[in-house]
Design a protein around this ligand. Sequence first.
Ligand SMILES: CCc1ccc([C@H](C)CC(=O)N[C@@H]2O[C@H](CO)[C@@H](O)[C@H](O)[C@H]2O)cc1
Length: 801
Amino acid sequence: GVELRSLGNTPDEFRQDMLSNLYYRRGTTVESASAQDAYETLALTVRDRLAERRARTAAAQYESNPRWVYYLSAEYLLGPQLEQNLLYSGTSEAAHKALEACGFKPEEIAALDVEPGLGNGGLGRLAACLLDSLATLDIPAVGYGIRYDLGIFRQEFQDGRQIERPDDWAFQGDPWEFPAPDDVQTVGFYGHVDERDGRKVWQPGEVVLGEPSHLLVPGYGTTTVNIVRLWRARAHQASFDLTRFSAGQYAEAVQDAVRAENISKVLYPDDSTAAGRELRLKQQYFLVSCSLRDIVRRFRLRNSDWDAFGSKTAIQLNDTHPVLAIPELMRLLVDEEGLDWDHAWSLVRQTFNYTCHTLLPEALETWPVDMLGRLLPRHLEIIYLINAGLLEEVRSRFPGDIDRVRRMSLIQETPERLVRMANLAVTGTTMTNGVAELHTQLLTSTVLRDFHDLWPSRFANVTNGVSPRRFVRLASPGISALISSGLGHDRWLTDLSLLSGLEALTGDASFREQWREVKRSAKAALGLGDPGALMDVMIKRFHEYKRQQLKLLHVITLYQRIKAGGYDGVPRTVLFGGKAAPAYQAAKNIIHLINAVAAAVNADPAAAGLLRVAFPANYNITLAEHIIPAADLSEQISMAGKEASGTGNMKLTLNGALTIGTLDGANIEIRDRVGADNFFLFGLDAPAALALRSGPYQPRDHYHADDELRAALDAIRSGAFGGVGHDVAASLLDRDEYLTLADYRSYVDAQAGVDAAWRDQDHWTTMSILNTARAGFFSSDRTVTDYLDRIWHATPVRVEG
Ligand SMILES: CCc1ccc([C@H](C)CC(=O)N[C@@H]2O[C@H](CO)[C@@H](O)[C@H](O)[C@H]2O)cc1
């Protein structure tokens, strides 16, 4: 075929390409170019180098007709793209020189790199880390998602309260994406089901277009460049009503178009409560329908026999959000392709796998039968047929156990008829996995116990991981350089187990000193507290089970100890970061109280140099990359049994922060690997918490029994912090659903242990180095390798460089 001349990477060649892009693609000159012009041009010039590798990858993957991994996720938190693509294309230096030669400051241009905030938190970022590792391991893979016009809201504080602003992330356009209108798909909604010569035919009542664009997902240290394809809803051109328009009914003329485009308008900002909105269900089906049609189109390029579909295609469902893919593929195979039910069902089950990311009952999605039946009449029929097969199997395995049949049914009958999406997910897939050992154990012994009894071999654990490129190399070039100089290589970036080589350096005083210095300068660069003070960090979405309220009670206790005089705690900066779902008032009350306490403490000269509270607004990936390298202490203090895994805990450990935490989620595996001596453990474990929670728990008993706890709560109730927080104190004293008061004393005492350890800086630094050295397991490369071994069974396709 036609050979592509490869692009040069010398500073001069790079600058030449930037200039021609500035002139020919941006249509301006160096003299009149704005910073935005420079940013867009730089992005295009870097993108071209990755696009060249993408062309090679696509050719090699097409050639080898491999088994594909398709990742279906309603959320992706990809993070800012520029620094990543400069690193992965090896053009950072050439780019910096080229920008300076054109009179631009590289850091100014980098600041224009907005992150696509197409996710809420853990689930969305995990999806991005897994795609990064799939490409780095040369696995043929495509991520599918929704290109929301408005991502996760921008958080602002007004009088300490969270305010949500729309996030029009692509207002200036996005230089990193490749629109591909030629691959447009058609998606139906509503309507009715006909029967024609023995086949069911769905006649949708509404049709919208799904237009894809993709971003490049480069592998690190390899040629492979995969893609993430994001769908955007567009109106069917026929929907613009010219007659109405010419009759002056402008709004009506475009209402269908607006209705269509609303489907991908905005990301739902909830990360724990299924809101049950019809538009959200439309979003989920839109994602599923476009993606499956695209997957079938790609399959057909190299294959014709449906039986090869299951062997060539592994589709991962990222939580229940894309689980409509199961009845949708049944519809395509049975109604459109004419396969018989059993044949289609075996192909569907073979193709799909499901990852569950939560244990919270309110986060498990259910949809009203009538809503689903109205929006997707044929899919409801198919779900009923799937349910019939399931219940027949349950009845034969557990004869007479009607309670089990009622619990396992895909349909909840009373009080309201709901479709249970988690039950459908387990039934229609080969493997279901949890995201940490404790999580998977709790899943198979509680929420999904019945299914585990029926199909024990369908369950596996795959503990989460994080990208070492994004969260060590890019976030903390200082620590990375020290690790590479300590180990004498940077191969750890693609084999994180090599970090274990750092253990031997704990005895080297100059290495310890350099380690301390790197942390210090990261704190100085963050500029949110005295670089010499202990940086105590709690960064994650706000939720009562994560217990930001417990961290706040500790802050108030420290403050009251300072006010009482004779304070012997070590100087500490307590940094909070995170958003609350807009409708989650209890979480927003905690944010309000934190800002009120921060205002009091930071304004009080008595606390100066001893205690400071920082709460930068709009926590996102960009901010995480600045905070994580500066952290000394990582707060992972959720009620045991509630945090499925956590991934912030892994990022902080890899950056040498010590964890204070409960035996919850992946904290347990972190402690097992870094060593109990290098971890500050406290609190009830999962069985004890469950027992206390399900027993006659009286939070007030702790209030009466613990003077410091009572003093802290009374301060809030007395209005000491600007009169803010009555609701928070009341909910703790009346209900305390997540056992905050029960764990308070153990937590505060563990924090005294932190102070003691910090006083011996050499000891602390040794523990810090050991945390990094022993955390290689938490690489998303290891996570992907586990998915490949236990669930996907796909193999690498090497791409010539
Ligand atoms: C229906 C609303 C909704 C939206 C998102 C979610 C996500 C599953 C919430 C989430 O992000 N869960 C987090 O997933 C991480 C990646 O596996 C885990 O590390 C976290 O423990 C888990 O809370 C639940 C419910």
